[in-house]
Design a protein around this ligand. Sequence first.
Ligand SMILES: C[S@@+](CC[C@H](N)C(=O)[O-])C[C@H]1O[C@@H](n2cnc3c(N)ncnc32)[C@H](O)[C@@H]1O
Length: 369
Amino acid sequence: MSLLLSGVDMLSSSPVQPAKVASCGDEDHTTKNSRAARFRERFVRSRERFGPPGYRELRVMDLDHRPNQQLVDYYSALELVLCDATRARFGEYRTHFGPAQSEPPSDYCWLSTSVDPGNHLAGADFISTAFRALEDKLATDLDHEPPRRILDVGCGAGGTMRTWLERWPECTVTGININEHQLASATELLAPYGERAQLIRGNFFDTPLPAKHFDFIYFVESAFHMPDKEAVLRAVMHSLAPGGRVRFVDVFLSERAAEMAKRKKSVGGTREGDSIFSYETRDLWLETARGQGLRHDYWNEFGKQVARFLHIGLSWEEMQERYVRPRLGRHARRAEFTQSLHNLYTGYKRLQRLLRAGALEYATLGFRR
Ligand SMILES: C[S@@+](CC[C@H](N)C(=O)[O-])C[C@H]1O[C@@H](n2cnc3c(N)ncnc32)[C@H](O)[C@@H]1O
């Protein structure tokens, strides 16, 4: 597994620098026992084991070239609290939602299941089935003409990349992510696939990707972190091969909610001051994509199924008592950590409410070049 770009020259002419694990907002808690430190060690170890020193530090910057530390912290908190547990027990490398395929188990709570899957086996099974279903929806119509050069933008911990590497034996997959904790997990997960899997740590917008190269580019719940959809589609157009396909698994604003947002500025991710989430309507996406020369070829909405998946049966106090406080001892930046989790908790509650009400849509949107 090459952690980043065996063919670095294919991507950029800038010099390849030796590996360096950059700080990701939690540089204070590097004590031996902290989970963050363990992730970091694992990252370095796995890179030594599998990767040539071709790992290049790409800047972690947002669109305005300011670091979006809030976004990085958000996924680091998620990684430490939610994903580590499910991964250890079930090998699930996901930080996305899924369309529930049935009614959930009676005691189902998405957060408790993710944090403590060993005590919520039926829930964990329910979640795994939903993850698989999401990938099937993403890959609809692709199996008859399997893509060979794939780009995963915002690849998280690499779980979806692994699915394609298994499903389409001829393909290679490149993943980009700004979060080093998730990349540490992805490095381990994808090691068995050797050169077929490549990882880049960096911001999609700052990464010099090859022109007209990939025949399938996809975003699973990452485009909603990118406020400028035109910039997203422009960057896609740069790297998408002629005839290539692009798909977004994302949250979309319903037309009705967009009207409300115009009046009140307070719907979902469009809330003022929310620098992490940014939802837009399908129509805005279609118009922007048309402007870039992309042909719309796919739409599948399944928000109600995702709302079922997102069920949270705990109050914030219960959540804190059971899952946050016991972990605080290991954190030097307790206030930030708790705040990140509180944002996560309230954000998911709101998202579920808005999906149920149809104010937000959860869908796969696709285009062809
Ligand atoms: C909800 S997670 C989804 C992760 C992964 N796609 C999955 O399905 O498990 C969103 C991911 O997008 C990444 N991300 C957000 N903005 C990014 C950007 N500008 N460039 C690269 N990655 C980004 C985050 O770090 C995070 O890993």
